[in-house]
Design a protein around this ligand. Structure first.
Ligand SMILES: [Zn+2]
Ligand SMILES: [Zn+2]
Length: 458
């Protein structure tokens, strides 16, 4: 292992691991004895995990070309600072370090570098795996509020999240963090997004099934890793374009064969400006009105009819054409149906705005920042997530995969905890409804609540 200097976390890293919650180090105000107890217990339970399941740590291809990063425990058993720019020779070294140092989180770069342990500017980038992140929080489901808690960053007080509550009820601090205990509705919602993404990657981008690995992130979402070398050399801009496509951003009516017609008088320019549309090369721009087949002069002057339809030669069976056609209920044979739809939307521009909304619904809810970043470090599969005590784990059968059972691998030895607020959780098929302040729980449930900052080990 080389280079152990703690470094400032770069801004581009923030996001996937919600690192804000640990910036500034320890926050819970408690007695020194309790702090020490928390610190020692967290390390002990995590070490036990690596003794038992360390062999499950999935090392990346080309270990020597990767940058590794570890996050260490803070003084009171909360996640502390991160150390980046580490390098390892082989799998054994990584496991030995996990057992010896017991970091609270282990990460590895998606990037390949000639000199992975050097500072970023001197690493010499050689490519990066293509990775996607799907997070339950980005789905904005209604259940989210039911299982979200506000944690005071000043005094550690925890309370159920209530709309409008913006100060700590205990110390009046405005500095509140949020913790979510994702439920099966959220996790199922994220799984659906994974399935949508899988279809786009295989059908639209031609990536083979075997080159896509799906992982539960260990907290509240999924990561998709693409092992196809053809995508390894894409720069950040190309990845941004790819995410725009997957998110369904900026879909043009022309995609489904709806072309704009020109020559509708003075309000044409005004409409463009008021819609805030940028200049897009329009395939129909050189087609005069005389070639437009519907032939009714009055209609030609009417914005509602400022379009014509010409289905693509390759049909509507693939990619976004297929997704849009299915959603609109049209086929290659239903030109008049599509015409009615566009007219009802108020013509080309109205239809285009409608497509923006459809794109959001039909696109995949990925975090674009994560995929664009070619220098990011990602949690290693098989390691524990310090935000939950759950494991980042490969999903062999996504449909049947239940993260709150299968990724919950900590021991069930009893731990005494002090609960900050009444809470209900379900882990390993066991439901816990905890109202009393002091209680004993199996380690996997106790650690889960400590990681969520809703309990303290006593
Ligand atoms: Zn407070
Ligand atoms: Zn939920």
């Amino acid at each position: 292992m080389i280079d152990f200097d703690p470094l400032e976390e770069p801004a581009h890293q923030k996001g996937i691991d919600d690192n804000k919650r640990i910036e500034g180090g320890s926050r819970i105000v408690s007695s020194t004895a309790t702090q020490l107890q928390n610190y020692q217990t967290m390390r002990r339970v995590f070490r036990e995990y690596y003794f038992k399941f360390g062999k499950n740590i999935e090392c990346p291809r080309e270990i020597r070309r990767r940058e590794f990063a570890f996050r260490y425990w803070g003084a009171n058993g909360e996640p502390g600072g991160m150390v980046r720019h580490l390098a390892f020779e082989n799998e054994g070294e990584i496991l030995a370090t996990a057992l010896k140092e017991v970091p609270c989180d282990l990460y590895c770069s998606n990037g390949y570098y000639r000199f992975p342990a050097y500072p970023m500017q001197q690493k010499e980038w050689l490519g990066a795996d293509l990775i996607f992140d799907i997070d339950t929080k980005d789905l904005h489901l209604q259940c989210q509020l039911n299982h979200s808690y506000l944690i005071c960053e000043s005094c550690g007080h925890a309370t159920k999240k209530i709309q409008g509550l913006d100060r700590c009820p205990s110390c009046n601090s405005p500095n509140l963090g949020v913790e979510s205990l994702p439920c099966h509705i959220c996790l199922d919602g994220a799984k659906k997004e994974v399935q949508k993404l899988f279809v786009v990657l295989t059908e639209d981008f031609g990536i083979e099934d075997k080159d896509i690995q799906v992982y539960f992130s260990g907290n509240d979402g999924f990561h998709l890793h693409v092992a196809d070398a053809n995508f390894q050399y894409l720069d950040a801009q190309a990845r941004a374009d790819m995410t725009g496509y997957i998110l369904g951003k900026g879909i043009l009516p022309e995609t489904i064969g709806v072309y704009r017609r020109f020559g509708f008088g003075s309000n044409k320019k005004k409409t463009n400006e008021s819609l805030g549309l940028t200049t897009v090369k329009d395939p129909s721009a050189d087609i005069s009105d005389t070639r437009i087949p519907d032939g009714k002069n009055n209609d030609e002057r009417n914005n509602q009819n400022n379009f014509r339809i010409r289905f693509p030669k390759s049909g509507l069976r693939y990619g976004w054409r297929n997704r849009l056609a299915q959603d609109l209920g049209v086929t290659d044979l239903s030109e008049s149906k599509l015409k009615n739809i566009v007219q009802q939307k108020g013509g080309y521009h109205g239809f285009r705005m409608g497509l923006d909304k459809m794109g959001k619904g039909l696109g995949v809810n990925i975090d674009p920042q994560v995929t664009m970043d070619v220098h990011r470090v990602f949690r290693m599969p098989g390691t524990l997530n310090s935000k939950s005590g759950l494991t980042k784990m490969k999903c062999i059968d996504l449909t049947s995969f239940n993260p709150l059972n299968e990724a919950c691998l900590l021991s069930d030895g009893e731990l005494k905890v002090k609960i900050k607020t009444p809470v209900r959780i379900k882990l390993k098929g066991q439901a816990f409804k905890i109202n009393e302040s002091l209680t004993s729980l199996p380690a996997y449930a106790a650690i889960y609540l400590v990681c969520k900052r809703l309990a303290i080990i006593i």
